[in-house]
Design a protein around this ligand. Sequence first.
Ligand code: G1P
Length: 298
Amino acid sequence: MSPTTAFRTAIVPAAGLGTRFLPTTKSVPKELLPVVDTPAIELVAAEAAEAGAERLVIVTSPEKSSVAGHFQSRPDLEQTLADRGKTALLEKVRRAPGLLQAEVAIQEQALGLGHAVACARPNLTEADDAVAVLLPDDLVLPTGALTAMARVRERFGGSVLCAFDIPREQISAYGVFDVDPTDTDDVLRVKGMVEKPAPEAAPSTFAAAGRYLLDRAVFDALDRITPGAGGELQLTDAVALLIEEGHPVHVVVHRGGRHDLGNPGGFLRAAVDFALENPEYGPELREWLSQRLSDAAR
Ligand code: G1P
């Protein structure tokens, strides 16, 4: 799918403490942990750029400036690699700064996802009628979900989110949609949204999966919400408020894969998945893994 003009700015909330990745995250932001050789946040930035984003607003804490550093160029390192004829590595080093223009918005206190997104408001320009929000813990595969969501915004206006159909017993980890069908398969109209409901109270099994295309109106809604699930200012509650006020909200149900990079188990799965597809490391890893698994089965 070709990129859209529906949004120019992508917001990536990256201020979290990464508690599930301690002790590593004492000094290394989890967004910089490598999926094979590439930091997770570069994968997410590449997805945003592919969908048409030109600017990336990284919402981060004062202690995590190295996250934005990944999007700055390193002339010294580039020169060294060029002098040594390491052109493939040179390309890898140049990729992140070349994807889009990265900026930082500081979230001083971890008050919730809604608060993090609101911290990006001063970075917006008049041209930003809508913004994309990508949670760097979620890898949505194959890429292209944002482009499909932009098409739905072109048709219905308002805001469009990405949904996954999740087993009901896992649903209370997510923001969950109350939906009606439309005339298009896998495009649903949202009539309510609730953050982390108990399984029996969940209005459906369709859950928010880290990709949002939000009308600018969300920023006014974010100003009006109060702490919700977990005592945090929830993006879900701002979306629910927009719906209550008659703002159109739809979801595109994504039928592909997903990796949750927010915990070591999910991160390892993503790393193995990407490594198996990698021409440099894939074949050897496959052989070692099959041997390892057959040894373990004995
Ligand atoms: C956040 C959102 C939730 C969404 C989830 C997707 O929750 O609040 O609505 O479903 O991301 O990964 P978190 O995982 O930060 O608790």
